[in-house]
Design a protein around this ligand. Structure first.
Ligand code: GLU
Length: 321
């Protein structure tokens, strides 16, 4: 939560000095994702850049795990001040178009800050499971993701479109992303779904600890889903990125976005955005999924909620809008 740690009424000179030293610390909490994913790295990178510059602002940035839906709900409740979320769930939260996921209706106070990298809908299967395409998941042990994650929310939509329920899998587990690689290689599941940037630690772990492949998600149902919804696009996961998959794998995807709400004040968001873009070369080196980021795309692509006033202030100052 953003809160000002104001000096408590001081009675003596000594107390006054001690309290003024800790006065006005502005704590900003970023909701991210599992530790082996990329959201966690986004939050960590932004906080590192913000926290190195405390001479020019009073912000102290920390980040915590979560997932798209948890992070959006956290912005609404005030549990977090900023967060990372999939662009499809940003869209649904702002527009109130997914009442099963967001029963409280349209979240009109939601604000975009910038978009980050592409997140393909990724299916990883153990080679000996015989799963070669998305349709082969039927009857298998599949980790459909934990409630609160964007993986799970998007998988729910895909399952509905495919005409599947959890009963169509021999096991439909709800493990967190940090647990799915070990579960795959231990044989507890045959496949998992992960909507995440590449390369990521979780899939590296799964494809080095056992024989596993990236499975194509490319059929008529998926093409119709993409055609019907502007926030989805067909994409591919580059071959050679993970052991066991040397050619590109077709799937669909969305973008990871950095978001906030009108509860966060303009100055705070301005300073957060400034810390990233004033150190942009460094930011891009902080994770391979950030390597190809471009400022102009980040401030315009995949953003369905209005930009936060603090972000607009910085982008205008730079002449970007
Ligand atoms: N897209 C995932 C989610 O919303 C998180 C991916 C990650 O942590 O990198 O839950």
């Amino acid at each position: 939560m953003i809160f000002k740690k104001l000096a408590i009424t001081a009675m003596t000179g000594a107390t006054l000095m001690a309290s003024s030293a800790m006065a006005d610390t502005n704590h900003v909490v970023i909701g991210t994702g599992g530790q082996t994913g990329v959201y966690y790295q986004v939050g960590g990178a932004i906080c590192r850049l913000v926290n190195k510059n405390t001479a020019t602002h009073d912000i102290n940035c920390t980040h915590k795990t979560g997932g798209s839906v948890t992070n959006i709900n956290g912005l609404r409740s005030g549990d977090v001040d900023m967060g990372v979320a999939q662009s499809d769930w940003q869209y649904h939260a702002y527009n109130g178009t997914a009442p099963d996921t967001f029963p409280d209706g349209a979240f009109k106070e939601l604000r975009s800050v910038f978009s980050v990298y592409a997140e393909p809908f990724t299916v990883i299967a153990r080679t000996d499971s015989g799963i070669k395409k998305f349709e082969d998941l039927k009857g298998k042990k599949v980790n459909i993701g934990n409630p609160g994650s964007g993986n799970r929310a998007t998988m729910n939509i895909v399952m509905e479109k495919m005409g599947w329920t959890t009963g169509d899998f021999s096991v439909a587990s709800e493990l967190k992303a940090s647990e799915h690689a070990a579960a795959l290689c231990d044989g507890k599941i045959d496949a998992f779904i992960y909507v995440a940037g590449h390369p990521n630690g979780s899939i590296k772990e799964a494809t080095t600890a056992c024989d596993a492949i990236v499975v194509p998600v490319d059929n008529e149902v998926i093409h119709k889903l993409v055609d019907d919804n502007a926030y989805y696009a067909m994409t591919s996961i580059p071959g050679g990125m993970y052991n066991g998959t040397d050619t590109d794998t077709a799937t669909f995807g969305i973008a990871a976005t950095f978001i906030s709400s009108t509860k966060a004040d303009e100055e705070t968001v301005y300073q957060m955005v400034k810390a990233v873009f004033e150190n942009f070369k460094r930011f891009k080196k902080m994770h391979p999924a950030f390597a190809n980021l471009e400022e102009s795309k980040m401030i315009s692509d995949s953003l369905s909620a209005p930009l936060h006033d603090g972000a607009i202030r910085y982008y205008k100052e730079k002449g970007w809008m």
